[in-house]
Design a protein around this ligand. Structure first.
Ligand code: GLN
Length: 431
């Protein structure tokens, strides 16, 4: 059925850039056979996944939506992919994205832009726009994306689906093509909370091949889905987040927050002094780490030399990243950015000492029409509310809050490191 929907609608939506049709059908048949034989099946049996084009899947083209890697076949499975397959999840194809995940609109893909299925003509957000659109257009049950500064939450918000960025280190990045390795985290999209919880149960785990993964007693994320009571939870709204957000979006967000209060949460107001530092700090760190990550694309091991074929945004990051990474500038830019990152992390963690969750808009403005020419600063402005979680390593999710002019708007919920489960609990109130 999903293949049928993809064949009917993918030409117009462009959520998938590669299909895994034959293998997906084989996998489905194998699961059917197991069931027929009375054998045990995995927790994802029959659930169909789309995988972002920067997560390695063996034998599929993993291009990160760049011409640089247009002929690169995944040579192994990312840890998350192995885990999904081990639980009998079916991989139906590879989803579109901004080139190397550097963007917020999915317009910079070498394979052309993805449409927003809930607001045709507009961007789906990014960089995991294909993964969000695939779920929104009912082309798969669950998809995986990566979130470095909002790339799961931003397209989830614009496409009216649920997206979740786990605590940094909760999910293995082994097999992910890095954008910025101290910020990147893989996470799921789904239309319902059970999809999100099942995916997290599968992909959250310690991985001895990935040194930043955390070895902790992980919860069963499906456990709280039915409870729907937030009695005893303290949630904060932050005035500084509201101030940077369009008024219409704030109205919708307030209605969603009322639902959390109706479920028993106590609401308090907080402020965040370092909001102005967030974007400059994030982009500086991102440029430097991305420049470093791209040195392997020198045309010898994989495809083309990146500088010769990439788009403008990727080239901008490489050029500026190389400039600010020079030893003589390190005190001026990079070390300063690391100091600013500590200030941001400390302020948000201090806030989370007193409350369980911080709630507010995911994205401060509505998605633009595909083709509208935004300058880099206008594009980066989409990220002001999402980069904080990556800079601080905290978990954050986006859940549909309602619409403004028929365009979906997401509510962002953030928590302390490893309090991912509390976010799941709050999100389940919306079902
Ligand atoms: N829009 C942000 C950027 O361009 C975030 C991207 C992401 O999370 N991958 O860097």
């Amino acid at each position: 059925n999903f293949l049928k929907v993809i064949k009917e609608n993918n030409d117009s939506i462009n959520a998938f850039i590669e299909l895994n049709e034959e293998n997906a059908l084989k996998q489905a048949e194998a699961i059917d056979a197991k069931i027929a034989n009375g054998e045990e099946v995995g927790s994802l049996a029959g659930l169909v996944f789309g995988i972002k084009a920067n997560i390695n899947v063996e034998d599929l083209i993993i291009s990160a939506a760049s011409k640089t890697l247009e002929n690169y076949y995944g040579s192994y499975n990312a840890t998350v992919v192995d885990r999904v397959l081990a639980e009998d999840g079916i991989i139906i194809g590879i989803t579109n994205m901004d080139e190397f995940a550097a963007g917020s609109s999915t317009e910079t893909s070498y394979y052309g832009p993805t449409q927003n299925p809930k607001a045709m003509g507009r961007i789906p957000g990014g960089s995991s726009g294909g993964s969000a659109a695939a779920v929104a257009a009912k082309m798969c049950d669950i998809s995986l994306g990566s979130d470095t500064g909002g790339s799961i939450r931003n397209p989830a918000s614009h496409c009216g689906v649920i997206g979740f960025k786990p605590t940094y280190g909760a999910v293995s990045r082994q097999g992910l093509l890095d954008l910025s390795m101290s910020l990147d985290q893989i996470g799921p999209f789904a239309e319902d909370m059970s999809g999100i919880a099942l995916a997290l149960n599968t992909i959250v785990d310690y991985d001895e091949t990935e040194c930043t993964t955390l070895n902790w007693e992980k919860p069963d994320f499906t456990k709280d889905l039915e409870e729907k009571s937030l009695e005893g939870m303290k949630i904060a709204i932050c005035n500084d987040f509201i101030e940077v957000t369009d008024e219409e979006i704030n109205k919708t967000i307030n209605m969603a927050i009322n639902k959390l209060v109706d479920a028993g949460a106590e609401l308090v107001e907080v402020s965040f002094d370092h909001i102005d530092l967030c974007l400059p700090t994030y982009y500086l760190i991102n440029y430097v780490e991305f420049f470093s990550a791209t040195r392997k694309y020198d045309g010898r091991d994989y495809g083309y030399r990146i500088e010769e074929v990439c788009g403008d945004e990727v080239l901008r990051r490489i050029k500026i990243g190389s400039h600010i990474a020079q030893a003589e500038f390190s005190g001026k830019y990079y070390k300063k950015a690391l100091k600013a990152r500590s200030l941001i992390r400390d302020e948000i963690n201090a806030m989370l000492e007193n409350v369980d969750l911080i709630v507010g808009p995911t994205v401060p403005k509505l998605p633009h029409e595909i083709g509208d020419e935004l300058d880099p600063m206008e594009m980066y402005a989409y990220d002001v509310l999402t980069v904080i979680a990556n800079l601080a390593g905290i978990p954050a999710g986006s859940i549909p809050a309602g619409t403004v002019n028929d365009i979906p708007v997401g509510l962002q919920i953030q928590a302390k490191p490893l309090d991912d489960e509390k976010i799941i609990k709050a999100m389940s109130v919306f079902e």
